[in-house]
Design a protein around this ligand. Structure first.
Ligand code: HEC
Length: 505
């Protein structure tokens, strides 16, 4: 056969195969180039708050006019003692060494900087006994370059502090939450390495205007979690070997009831097939192993430019509250995920060993193959290039009216927000929202028992509750220990107790 003939035979085969392909596909499939199209212009209206700036590395804390004092902490000294001496504006430099303590920061504008010398870091080691490494409630707090390990509760927890930067920390095996800003506005979590966390490695709770970028998150139950929070961007992270990779959802029963306006883009989300070792009955304890991205009841979530590979249940799982395990419905939270927007993502080798529920959904739609995207109960979603993926539950998703989010660089604010000023009458509420709600929801099980159960025990005895949280004793076999709240003064503990007893949702 002459070479001319081979070419013509190939052309014929090619034309046939092409015709079969396009003819066999849904003839309305729209093929879009994400480079050409319009950019997303919705989301957070910065003009309502402040002007927006455009860099992922911009600062979230107030720029210092005058640098304060530098307090150096040497191996064997106490970090907490240095914090007690520090004034707002000061920097605490921690030299390499081992530190066994919990550091509470209740002042504003303090920077905790680990000094790294020839690879050796300042190491906070809880030795399996202490609960938390760092708890801050001040505003404009920076925490960087630490190594945190073997705590039982949190690595770094923010309790109602605004404008924070948590960067370049290594957090290994620290119990429940690795980095956990709760009730904060305007914060950056960047370039941390976090592993071995029983709940969420990075847990953004009830917060606003958050940027989570360039973190390496692995071997945990949930990788990165945006929960009851708004205006968050999660980008350029490497999220692997967790049970679930990146999660945007609403936990019912928390005082703040919504999650919306979240962009998840340009992350590597691979092989998140770790056996679930979360607390039985907890929300993350219900995540099926092998979930790349989970969107539960959150609205306006955009998924773009991620490489999502090797997640055995599904690349993207979207669900309402009704179909999620371990979730109690909250009448004040909308259980439906509205307007999930899926732009171009590279998805390979997902869904190869999926859950029975997903198989059943596929069967209902006469779909075959391993699911990249599974949705149940989602409303008003959109997608581009849907023909690329094996999907179920998104037939009613429309074509998105934009193809990229390039116009939205960050939701961080141009100017740090003013420090939160807490009126004494609000103290109980802020403690409840900033601390207790990290582990207790009103109706359901989280890390601790539901508030309704606690109310039944203590309704007429707020002082008893306040005493319990000062020195909790282990009561329930199927729950972990509750960490003592003895760093709060007696008045504040009582205020929190009364506030908890007074809640109705
Ligand atoms: C790090 C998670 C965590 C945080 C934060 C937390 N709790 Fe708890 N709480 C628990 C756990 C776990 C239990 C169950 C302990 C047990 O039964 O052994 C519990 C139990 C309780 C109980 C039940 C006491 C009893 O007699 O049965 C009360 C009351 C309580 N917490 C109040 C609070 C208050 C108030 C706050 C905020 C100041 C708070 N908790 C913060 C985890 C937490």
């Amino acid at each position: 056969m002459s070479s001319g003939k081979i070419i013509s035979v190939l052309l014929v085969i090619g034309a046939f195969a092409g015709g079969a392909y396009y003819g066999g596909q849904n003839s309305t499939s729209v093929i879009t180039s994400s480079r050409g199209g319009a950019s997303f212009s919705g989301g957070f209206d910065k003009s309502a708050d402040q002007k927006n700036v455009s860099s992922t590395t911009k600062s979230a804390v107030i720029k210092r006019e005058v640098e304060g004092k530098v307090h150096r902490v040497n191996d064997g000294d106490s970090i907490m003692a240095a914090v007690q001496l520090a004034q707002p504006g000061d920097t605490i430099q921690i030299m390499p060494g081992s530190y066994h303590e919990t550091v509470y920061i209740d002042k504003d504008d303090i920077r905790i900087i680990g000094v790294i010398q020839q690879g050796k870091r300042a190491t906070l080691d809880g030795q399996g006994k202490l609960n938390d490494a760092i708890l801050y409630s001040g505003n404009n707090i920076v925490i960087e370059n630490l190594l945190i390990t073997r705590y039982k509760g949190n690595g770094i927890m923010g309790q109602a502090g605004n404008n924070f930067e948590i960067r370049n920390n290594v957090i290994v095996d620290t119990g429940v939450y690795g980095i956990f800003p709760q009730l904060g506005k305007n914060g950056l979590i960047v370039s941390n390495v976090i592993s071995g966390i029983e709940d969420a490695a990075i847990y953004v709770g009830m917060s606003d205007n958050i940027h989570v970028a360039y973190n390496d998150v692995f071997d945990s139950v949930a990788g990165i979690e945006i929960e009851n929070s708004r205006h968050a961007i999660v980008e350029n992270n490497y999220v692997h070997n967790n049970t679930g990779g990146i999660l945007a959802f609403i936990t019912p029963g928390l005082p703040i009831k919504t999650t919306y306006d979240v962009i998840i883009r340009n992350n590597f989300i691979s092989n998140n097939n770790h056996k679930n070792f979360g607390a039985p009955g907890s929300t993350v304890g219900g995540i099926p192993a092998g979930t790349g991205i989970l969107i539960m009841a959150a609205d306006d979530v955009i998924v773009e430019g991620n490489i999502i590979s090797g997640n055995k249940t599904a690349g993207i799982l979207i669900t309402d509250h009704h179909n999620a395990p371990n979730v109690t419905i909250d009448p004040e939270s909308d259980p439906v995920p509205h307007r999930v927007m899926i732009l171009d993502n590279l998805m390979i080798n997902n869904g190869y060993d999926t859950i029975d529920e997903a198989k059943a959904l596929m069967l209902l739609e006469f779909k075959q193959g391993n699911p990249d995207i599974i949705a149940i109960g989602a409303k008003d979603g959109c997608i581009i290039n849907r023909h690329r993926y094996v999907t179920s539950g998104i037939n009613d998703f429309k074509e998105c009216s934009f193809t990229n989010t390039a116009a939205t660089q960050t939701y961080l604010l141009d100017e740090p927000v003013p420090p939160r000023i807490i009126d004494p009458s609000e103290r109980g509420k802020v403690v409840y929202m900033g601390i207790c709600a990290g582990c207790h929801t009103y109706t359901g099980r989280m890390i601790g028992p539901p508030v309704q159960i606690i109310q039944a025990l203590y309704m007429d005895n707020p002082q008893g509750l306040a005493d319990y949280i000062e020195h909790p004793i282990k009561k329930r076999d199927d729950y972990p220990e509750m960490p003592p709240q003895n760093y709060l003064d007696a008045e504040t503990r009582l205020a929190a107790a009364k506030y908890m007893l007074g809640r109705t949702n």
